[in-house]
Structures are given as structure tokens and as C-alpha cells.
Write a protein that binds this ligand. Structure first.
Ligand SMILES: NC(=O)c1ccc[n+]([C@@H]2O[C@H](COP(=O)([O-])OP(=O)(O)OC[C@H]3O[C@@H](n4cnc5c(N)ncnc54)[C@H](OP(=O)(O)O)[C@@H]3O)[C@@H](O)[C@H]2O)c1
Length: 333
């Protein structure tokens, strides 16, 4: 429950550092009569400002949370993350606490599926090879044509049938693909975007039949190394793996072996076990690995959109209403 209406709620926002954003947010809050009366907003732009503000914060919003930040919080009742994945906050002390946790699930329903489809279309059309040839000043039709394929009739297996997975399914079906979804819960009822839903225990069977596999699950202990050597060996040698979820979901050592030895055709990766990916990492040198530096969910206006979502929930918090996007700390998403 929020602090009584007579005192203003100390809110700390660390969702953006660039001056245009800070000015915009300051004006956005001051111009809103509702917030200007109820909220004492501190917009922090560096670690020093943040650490000074955290002890009194009742509400805190940031992209990534950590045990160090939590140790400073003496008054925290609600943490809102500007990301969809809540993994950075799921450490034991925070999970045990009574602090409410919300995430920005829903903010990526357009961008992340488009990024996943970008990888998929690139592999089907040879676009990534075209870029490499252009950079090298080469003209090699054969290299590209031998990898090109029609999407109609190909099977996509999406692991994780949440908001992002469903949207990927819808986009893939619009290309004539057959889409299977793999989900954790027992309910296997039809979901929009999927021709068939299978449970996680049938993952290996689903992988055997896939032409493309997209990972869209949260990075939680239950999904750590969900795709390891056995799963990669189960896939067709012509199949591609696309990971827009979290690096922890794939065993990277096993993936390097699989793409190097041709157990699978290639991989599209936006997320990695270690970020930034060290410059000497083998992924940089593998021609059948396409990569983006964890940008799938981002856009030029991301901080603004993240704040608008937070403010919607902040209004509900001030009104004592139930928050949306509440994370089940035990389940992890
Ligand atoms: N690359 C990026 O920039 C970026 C941006 C946004 C999100 N993401 C990642 O994408 C994830 C999904 O986002 P979302 O918005 O779609 O979340 P969501 O709506 O909460 O969906 C999560 C889905 O994962 C499924 N799941 C959980 N554990 C599973 C398991 N062990 N096996 C199979 N399925 C499992 C859930 O199954 P049930 O339905 O059965 O519970 C649910 O369908 C996020 O958690 C985040 O890690 C990445």
C-alpha cells in the first residue's frame, strides 16, 4: 500500500540518463497535476545520485536491479523494471522481501518479434551473407542460393508462448509457416499464433521436426541451458536457432560445437551469457552466426515508452489500485 496521501511518495527514476529525457520527464511530472501533488520524483542520472536517493525511495524504477542497490533501500515498497525479463531482481534477498515487483512485459511486443523475424528472414533469404559479401567486395550467387529457401510449409517451433512468442507465431504464419509453441504450463489449449502447443517435456520431439527454432522464454533457473548439446543434436542439420530471450537459455559451448560441426545450419543471437560479448569470443568469427548486441527490444524512444508504462502503473499505485505486470517472484516471470 502507498504512503498516506498527505505526504508525497518518494519515487526514484533511473530509466534514462540523457539530458533531453531528464528534461522531458521533469516537465511531464510537473505538468501532471495528479503526480505533482502526490509524488516527490528524483530522476537520477549517475550512480552517486542513485545511491544517495535509494535509502528513502518508496518506489524505484530502473532497468537492472542488484543486491548492492537493494542493500541501500530502507523504505522500498515497489520496484518496477524497465525491461521485460525480471532476472536481475530475482536474487534471494529480494525474492524473500515483501517489495512488490513489476516488469515492462508488453513493451516489446512489436520490436522483439520483428527482430526474431529479421533473423529468420535473413537466414531464409541469405541477407546476412549478402552483407558479408558486400563488405568483402565479393559477388557469389552460389553461396547464397544454396542456402535460400521458401518459408511456406516450413515449421517454426517457438519455445515460450507468451506475448512475444504469440506475436512471432502470428508473423510466421503470415509467411505460410506452420508454427508450434512449447510452453511450461499444462494447459495446451490453442493460443493465437500457433497451430499446435506442446509441453516442455516434449521439447526434444518438437526440435527434431523444426526448420527454425525461436527462444522466447524468461531467463530463470528452470530455463538455464534449456538448449544444450542433446537438444542441438536433436535438431535437423538444416535448422536454425534464434535466441532473443536470454543468454542463459542456451549452453553456448554446445552451440559453438553445433554450428562449427554442422549439427545445425546456424544461429541468430541477440542475447549472450556475458554481455557485452568479449571481443575474442568465437561467435564473432563464425560465418553462420548472425548477431545483434542485445538490441531486439530497444528503440530510439525506448526510455520514453518505458516511462509512460511506469507512470500508468504509478497512478494505480497512488490510487491504491492493483498494479499490472506484477511478477510472480517464485515463478520468475
Ligand atoms: N532481447 C531482448 O531485448 C528482450 C526483450 C524483451 C523480452 N525478452 C525476453 O523474452 C522473454 C519473454 O517475454 P514475454 O513478454 O513473451 O513474456 P511472457 O508473456 O511472460 O511469456 C513467457 C512465456 O515463457 C514460457 N515459459 C516459462 N518457462 C518456460 C519453460 N521452462 N519452458 C517453456 N516455456 C516456458 C511461459 O509459459 P506459460 O505460458 O506456460 O507460463 C510463457 O508462455 C522475457 O522474459 C525476456 O527474457 C528479451
Amino acid at each position: 500500500m502507498p504512503t498516506k496521501q498527505s505526504t508525497r511518495i518518494p519515487v526514484v527514476c533511473a530509466l534514462g540518463r540523457f539530458p533531453e529525457f531528464v528534461d522531458w520527464l521533469r516537465q511531464r511530472i510537473d505538468a501532471d497535476r495528479y503526480f505533482s501533488r502526490r509524488v516527490e520524483a528524483t530522476i537520477v542520472t549517475d550512480k552517486q545520485e542513485r545511491d544517495a536517493a535509494l535509502p528513502t525511495a518508496e518506489v524505484y524504477t530502473t532497468f537492472r536491479f542488484s543486491p548492492d542497490q537493494f542493500r541501500l533501500c530502507k523504505n522500498l515498497k515497489w520496484l518496477h523494471l524497465g525491461m521485460a525479463g525480471a532476472d536481475s531482481a530475482l536474487f534471494p534477498a529480494f525474492k524473500r522481501s515483501r517489495v512488490m515487483l513489476t516488469s515492462s512485459v508488453g513493451l516489446h511486443d512489436d520490436t522483439v518479434p520483428n527482430a526474431a523475424m529479421g533473423f529468420l528472414l535473413s537466414f531464409a533469404t541469405g541477407l546476412h551473407q549478402g552483407y558479408a559479401q558486400k563488405n568483402a567486395g565479393e559477388w557469389n550467387r552460389k553461396e547464397i542460393v544454396l542456402n535460400r529457401r521458401q518459408l511456406a510449409g516450413q515449421r517454426l517451433v517457438v519455445i515460450g508462448t507468451g506475448r512475444i512468442g504469440q506475436r512471432i507465431g502470428r508473423l510466421a504464419r503470415s509467411h505460410g509457416m506452420e508454427v508450434w509453441g512449447v510452453r511450461r504450463s499444462r494447459s495446451l489449449q490453442r493460443l493465437p499464433g500457433f497451430d499446435k502447443i506442446v509441453p516442455t517435456r516434449s521439447l526434444r520431439k518438437a526440435l527434431e521436426t523444426a526448420d527454425f527454432v525461436v527462444l522466447a522464454v524468461p531467463g530463470i533457473p528452470a530455463t538455464r541451458d534449456l538448449i544444450g548439446a542433446k537438444e542441438l543434436r536433436a535438431m535437423k542439420s538444416t535448422a536454425y536457432l534464434i535466441n532473443i530471450a536470454r543468454g542463459s537459455v542456451v549452453n553456448e559451448k554446445a552451440l559453438i560445437t553445433a554450428v562449427t560441426r554442422g549439427h545445425i545450419a546456424g544461429a541468430g543471437l541477440d542475447v549472450f551469457a556475458q554481455e557485452p560479448l568479449p571481443t575474442n569470443h568465437p561467435f564473432y568469427r563464425l560465418p553462420n552466426v548472425a548477431m545483434t548486441p542485445h538490441t531486439s527490444g530497444d528503440t530510439v524512444d525506448y526510455s520514453f515508452r518505458a516511462v509512460e508504462m511506469f507512470l500508468k502503473n504509478l497512478r494505480r499505485y497512488c490510487q491504491g489500485k492493483e498494479l499490472f505486470n506484477v511478477v510472480d517472484k517464485k515463478r520468475g516471470y
